[in-house]
Design a protein around this ligand. Sequence first.
Ligand SMILES: [Zn+2]
Length: 414
Amino acid sequence: MIDKKNITKRFISYVTIDTESNPNNPDFPSTEKQWNLAKLLEKELIEIGLEDVELDENCYIMATLPSNLDYDVPIIGFISHIDTSPDFTGANVKPQIIENYDGKDIVLNKEQNIILSSTYFDDLQQYKGQTIITTDGTTLLGADDKAGITEIVSAMEYLVKHPEIKHGKIRICFTPDEEVGKGAHLFDVEKFGADWAYTMDGSQIGELEYENFNAASAKINIKGKIVHPGYAKGKMINSLLIANEYIAAVPADEVPEKTEGYEGFFHLHDVKGDVEETVLEYIIRDHDFDIFEKRKYLMQKIAFDINKKLESDAIQVTIKNQYFNMKEKVTPVMHIVDIVEEVMNDIGITPLIKPIRGGTDGSQLSYKGLPCPNIFAGGHNFHGRFEYVPVESMIKATEVIVGIAQKVTTKYKQ
Ligand SMILES: [Zn+2]
């Protein structure tokens, strides 16, 4: 039902516009170039025939597909982000289209010998016979999240062109700066006016997520005392060695590289120091709120114990909460997850419901009063040169959006 050529063309028109965001720029949006795609989308949404198309001063685009019912149903929203990750360059993306994929390795770049290995990235196997869009090995692809934008725009276009399909009022929004953690910051939930929404920002086909980490950062400042090493006995305090003791006291198996599923972790991601002062930067993650709190407590306790032993206050710990598990906000309205599961089953997709080992804009939006689970957008290997997306997965995601719009009209007839 969704035209394959059309969706491919649309996706390529988005990914070839560089929209990389910048974590080091406090401006909003963090890069001017995000406006280029925002303006193109504004024009396209008007052409498709959506109403209330509005690109605001912060680079958020909202639009409405009006209801074609003569009764009221809840207003549903769909959201994706226009920026791409600063982890890898998004300039000069040259997508390659591999039709009827044979299940073998894909040569991304012959000259530089960059291969997308079908054994290392064995998820590829499930897409045999499909059309895969890859990079040329020198950039990321930007399926995160331009696949999501493609699907939302294509679903809206389809619904406009097929007035026989009944649906309630649909609101859509494309946000800037998701990849630098700010996508939800200036999101006007009230103006959006949806009862609930979905981010189209998951990975492989079937993914449906409503649980994410509780997240905090911990900064450990350790003060030492520098004295000439030749005369240091009883006087020098080496902050590097205290840091070593601190690091050794943090559970060694509770780190990202040794955990999965619901297992939380402490992640030491930066160390800077000399004898006089050392700073350790950690992030703390856990799906379970109580265990999350215990992890934060442990970071303080380790400092307390070492300080006590040294009879000093050499170690200071600063902990900042970053985001919370949206499960808190979604569980009371679990029907918004159930409806997606039903739609997926209806159209032959196996739902993969699993906890996100990270955060999404949806978690912040959920805490701002807009419950917002995350649905697959279809891509794999985000934020790097091996990113790819099967066109068939984008078509299925588009069908999920259309399916949700339809199902609301019968499930919530008022
Ligand atoms: Zn994303």
